[in-house]
Design a protein around this ligand. Structure first.
Ligand SMILES: NC(=O)c1ccc[n+]([C@@H]2O[C@H](COP(=O)([O-])OP(=O)(O)OC[C@H]3O[C@@H](n4cnc5c(N)ncnc54)[C@H](OP(=O)(O)O)[C@@H]3O)[C@@H](O)[C@H]2O)c1
Length: 263
């Protein structure tokens, strides 16, 4: 019987709760969120002090990172023996949680992304030394309800993870915007340019997801020698083109994540 205490139920916590309700992976969720409306079958309270009795042994923290200092002291006081704490708070390290919950608390730090809202997210997890095999499995099951799950044993990689998959959806949305703007600049009516850009990115993403071929092969399949696609790729794959630009963008996001971690 999986019982989960979900602390914070905004965009990301709400996506998780939806995934759990749809998949049935959680038998009982208790939600702590002052802004949460009534939801049938779910216990909702405004603050942790309103949760009666012992807390569930699986706790997922989905408040904004700056709210954690307010939440963790109350949680530490009531943390059950053998509890698993999963955090989705960007930038909050395992050492940060050890400081506030004690060094023996089992904590998994994770980085999900917004396609979790439609069950197509990807979450990267990093556990501290106290987390056991069964607790890893529980983490896997809870997060698999909203997409794929990957693990790293090297916490320092969470900066790059944040830069690639955490922030990544924004880059893809920008690609849609850029393709639409370029379509308009080439004479397409705005509505048609918007439709073509959105569906091309969405359809190509889905094709890449389902195909056994890697993206380079899928790209080559669309590109006939000296054709129209080749003409565009000459620009996009130039030395200062999209590959170089994306490397710089991800490096900038990684550096910013490292900077934020220093406080
Ligand atoms: N969005 C992303 O792309 C993304 C990606 C990866 C990770 N994350 C992480 O996910 C976490 C949540 O982000 P979000 O975008 O879902 O934020 P959000 O929509 O603001 O959700 C946070 C929720 O927590 C509630 N809350 C505030 N203080 C609380 C308290 N003391 N106890 C219980 N609930 C409280 C908020 O209520 P009020 O609105 O009333 O304050 C809100 O409903 C963050 O730590 C973020 O770093 C987000």
């Amino acid at each position: 019987m999986t019982q989960v205490l979900l602390i914070g139920c905004g965009r990301m916590g709400g996506s998780l709760l939806k995934g759990w309700r749809e998949s049935g992976v959680v038998d009982r969720a208790i939600v702590v969120d002052p802004a949460m409306p009534f939801l049938p079958g779910t216990t909702i309270v405004a603050s942790l002090s309103d949760v009666a009795g012992p807390l569930p042994k699986t706790i997922l923290l989905a408040v904004k990172p700056q709210m954690l200092d307010q939440v963790l002291p109350g949680l530490k006081e009531r943390l059950p023996d053998g509890a698993l704490v999963i955090s989705i708070a960007a930038g909050k390290t395992l050492a940060y949680f050890a400081d506030r919950l004690g060094p023996s608390a089992a904590v998994v730090r994770t980085m999900p992304n917004t396609p979790a809202a439609i069950g197509r997210g990807i979450t990267v997890c990093c556990a501290n030394g106290t987390v056991g095999a069964q607790q890893r499995e529980t983490t896997d099951r809870l997060l698999a309800a909203v997409g794929q799950v990957a693990w790293t044993e090297d916490e320092s990689l969470m900066h790059a993870v944040t830069a690639v998959s955490g922030s990544g959806p924004a880059y893809v949305f920008l690609l849609i915007e850029a393709l639409q703007a370029a379509g308009e600049a080439s004479g397409l009516p705005p509505d048609l340019a918007a439709q073509l850009a959105r569906q091309t990115v969405a359809g190509s993403g889905e094709l890449a997801r389902r195909s056994p071929d890697d993206p380079a092969k899928l790209r080559a399949d669309v590109t006939s020698p000296a054709g129209t696609t080749a003409a565009a790729l000459t620009v996009l794959m130039a030395e200062d083109g999209l590959l170089a630009l994306m490397k710089r963008a991800v490096a900038a996001a990684t550096a910013r994540s490292e900077e934020l971690a220093k406080g």
